[in-house]
Design a protein around this ligand. Structure first.
Ligand code: C2E
Ligand code: MG
Ligand code: MG
Ligand code: MG
Length: 289
């Protein structure tokens, strides 16, 4: 009858929940060894000048190559890493890997590309974050002005009491600061004014609706305007189609990042891109993607 069917459904549901919880628990254990077992990968996504479309920098985006499950998205495992505190060693590993890579590309291609590295709130709460960043720069020889630390807008002074002081210290060392996912958090314009941010990154949720929702278009334009009035640069994230590009360019957005130009790439593919750019430049051609 309906009752037993309901119970069976519940049992199947409960079994699935158990299986999901079981898998999460196993992944947490496994994640603990991911750095040591060399299972983490850093992919790099280009950021381009909105006018020339030439590459200016790249964002470091971590992936977890699980031996059985394949490539796992950071959207899935970063929250696990944050809950367990593992984000501290993982974040430091990403930072060091990205700085070393940017330095190697600078030596090979001479472009002085900027490298964006995401910081978690948990890392920002560590008293020694500035020392960790200084040590990564020292050991890799990367110019601090080439490093840009991305802090998501949802991080507030409530969750990270010393946020302003920490970012001031990093900024004083010469590092750039970018406010990530701008427009999605509860940050006020006063917060934008108080943080030593060089750049804001307009969240993809607004960019996606260019050509679809006039309200989102209004937010994008107003964000570019206020950022420029406060002498901040603006990057748009999630630029996927030509219409996004045209709108952002027409409204003075400085830089663009998204699938229209390039997906996040593993090192060999990124190097092909840089080599191709070098070839075009040596032939005196226009460089854009
Ligand atoms: P994020 O920092 O906002 O990074 C941008 C995300 O948008 C990346 O997702 C990127 O692959 C994706 N993306 C770029 N262009 C497009 C596009 O045109 N369309 C769409 N739909 N998506 C695009 P990804 O790599 O999955 O990373 C997700 C989030 O995970 C990041 O968002 C960041 O918050 C976090 N994350 C990634 N790597 C790290 C890390 O090393 N440390 C920390 N703390 N967080 C990280
Ligand atoms: Mg980011
Ligand atoms: Mg973002
Ligand atoms: Mg995001």
């Amino acid at each position: 009858g309906a009752k037993s069917l309901g119970r069976n459904n519940y049992q199947i549901y409960a079994a699935n929940v158990d299986a999901a919880q079981q898998q999460q628990a196993e992944l947490k254990v496994r994640l603990r060894h991911a750095v040591r077992n060399d299972e983490l990968r850093v992919f790099y996504q280009p950021q381009v000048d909105a006018v020339t479309e030439d590459i200016i920098g790249m964002e470091a985006l971590v992936r977890w190559e699980h031996p059985e499950l394949g490539m796992i998205s950071p959207a899935f495992f970063i929250p696990l890493a944050e809950a367990s505190g593992l984000i501290v060693p993982i974040g430091e590993w990403v930072l060091r890997t990205a700085c070393a890579q940017a330095k190697a590309w600078e030596a090979r291609y001479g472009l002085g590309l900027r490298i964006g590295v995401n910081l978690s709130a948990v890392q920002l709460m560590q008293q020694n974050l500035a020392a960790v960043v200084a040590s990564a720069l020292q050991d890799t020889g990367l110019d601090p002005r080439q490093l840009e630390l991305e802090v998501t807008e949802s991080i507030s002074v409530k969750t990270v009491p010393h946020l302003v002081e920490t970012l001031d210290a990093l900024h004083a060392m010469g590092c750039g600061i970018a406010i990530d996912d701008f427009g999605t958090g509860a940050a006020s314009l006063d917060y934008l004014r108080r943080l030593p941010a060089d750049r804001i990154k307009i969240d993809q949720s607004f960019v996606r609706n260019i050509g679809v929702d006039p309200d989102d278009e209004a937010i994008v334009r107003a964000t570019i305007d206020v950022a420029h009035r406060l002498k901040r640069g603006v990057v748009a994230e999630g630029v996927e189609i030509e219409q996004h590009l045209q709108f952002l360019r027409a409204n003075g957005c400085d830089e663009l990042q998204g699938y229209l130009f390039c997906r996040p790439l593993p090192v060999p593919s990124f190097e092909k891109l840089l080599a191709e750019r070098e070839r075009l430049v040596s032939e005196g051609q226009a460089v854009p993607a």
